[in-house]
Ligand binder design. Structure first.
Ligand code: NIG
Ligand code: FE
Length: 414
């Protein structure tokens, strides 16, 4: 593997000390860097970096040099919440939404998660793999270098296993770190409409043991929401998952104050995600925990629901991450650059906070802090190089436009 030296970096961003794994509250404002820098990648990892006036002069000649030409270097985005394995897009619902229907109206009319489940159940694993691989490739081209992917459009044992095996194939074939979350508790399938207990039992007694046996999931997820899975359902499911060593990362307080935050905290969730409806009780509960609040501003943007109270969370010293939620219904976009812009514009996060939320805290929300999320010696050399920019804030400021010029994954320009 030829090694890579990047020179003439206007600003090398995200140089957190090696022992910093997560930032909370006011720590999120700090985004250390080096101006006018170089960075050396060796064996797929970050080997060293420094300022251009101290560029090592005796470098072996097998090193490839890339002139960043005044661009910024950032650690790759860490997208800790996605649903990119799905069979079909749902732009018919997009039009219903334009005509004034809410997310709940669309679900009640046969759209929503059950619509995606019907289509996924008849799709082949190969077709699901190919379309998810295309989405993941597009995401890496937009700067993403680590990702979490959920099941949850299967809603039967066979189809949930089919989805998780597609995620396993993605893990095998992509060089970026990927984590899998088991989300059978995403909606009650029609055959269990009047038998919720039966579906919970199916998840606990049939699906979980098989998934654990085959090592197909890293986390347990549930959609804790009125009309979906209750706090009690979630409590039982998380308790059952814990027996198999699956920690929770859950959907909480998306459409209403559901109690999802508290039940997540009770089970020491790695993260509780969404929080568009965040009350003081949820903030209090998170403040007394190690759980990360993962906010998904492009979901709020797309389905026209409130934006999460990021300032309230940060002021309460809670670690905040941001992610895309890429899925066919509520967020048909996997663009972390847009998420970072929306975090600034709509969540009122400062550029440094939004970038930390999308890198080091996103990595922590996938338990990948030792590998990715910042520029530190020994971490994976997953990064991107921007065009020359006037300042750091130009990246989120120029929303909807990509400033990324070069992608480096495992120390190689890709
Ligand atoms: O995170 N809210 C639950 N799940 C997804 C949406 C799923 C869908 O509409 O297909 C979300 O927004
Ligand atoms: Fe989601």
């Amino acid at each position: 593997m030829s090694d890579l030296l990047i020179t003439n970096i206007r600003s090398l961003v995200g140089l957190h000390p090696e022992n910093t794994l997560l930032l909370r509250g006011s720590q999120m404002q700090k985004l250390p860097g080096i101006e006018n820098a170089w960075l050396l990648c060796e064996g797929g990892k970050i080997k060293d970096f420094g300022s251009m006036d101290q560029l090592p002069d005796h470098l072996p000649n097998y090193i490839v040099t890339h002139d960043a030409n005044g661009g910024f270097v950032f650690p790759s985005w860490c997208d800790s919440h996605t649903h990119i394995v799905f069979a079909a897009s749902r732009e018919e619902e997009f039009v219903m939404k334009i005509d004034g229907k809410s997310y709940e109206d669309i679900a009640a009319a046969g759209g929503g998660i059950l619509n995606s489940a019907r289509k996924l159940q008849v799709a082949t694993a190969d077709d699901l793999y190919d379309s998810a691989a295309q989405r993941l490739t597009d995401m890496t081209r937009q700067g993403t270098g680590a990702v979490e992917i959920k099941s949850g459009y299967g809603l039967s044992t066979d189809s949930e296993l089919k989805m998780l095996k597609v995620i396993r194939r993605l893990k095998e074939n992509f060089s970026i770190p990927i984590k899998a979350s088991f989300l059978a508790a995403h909606a009650y399938p029609p055959e269990y409409k009047n038998n919720h207990e039966g579906y919970i039992k199916l998840i606990i007694e049939e699906m979980l043991p098989r998934i654990a046996d085959e090592g197909l999931a890293d986390y347990m997820d549930t959609f804790c929401e009125h009309g979906f899975f209750s706090v009690d359902d979630t409590d039982r499911l998380l308790q059952a998952a814990a027996k198999y060593g699956l920690k929770p990362k859950i959907h909480a307080n998306q459409l209403s104050v559901s109690g999802g935050v508290q039940v997540g905290v009770k089970h020491q969730a790695i993260s509780v995600d969404h929080l568009e409806a965040t009350d003081d009780a949820a903030i209090e509960s998170l403040a007394a925990s190690n759980t990360i609040a993962t906010l998904l501003p492009s979901c709020s943007f797309y389905i026209n629901i409130p934006f999460a109270n990021a300032r309230g969370l940060i002021n309460a010293n809670i670690p905040v991450a941001v992610a895309t939620d890429y899925n066919p219904g509520s967020t048909p976009s996997g663009n972390m650059n847009l998420v970072v812009s929306l975090a600034c514009i709509k969540l009122r996060m400062r550029p440094e906070e939004a970038i930390n939320a999308a890198t080091i805290n996103g990595a922590a929300a996938m338990e990948l802090s030792a590998e990715v999320g910042s520029i530190a010696k020994g971490k994976k050399a997953n990064l991107f190089i921007t065009r020359p920019m006037s300042s750091l804030a130009f990246l989120p400021y120029s929303f909807g436009q990509s400033q990324i010029e070069t992608i480096v994954l495992n120390g190689k320009i890709s």
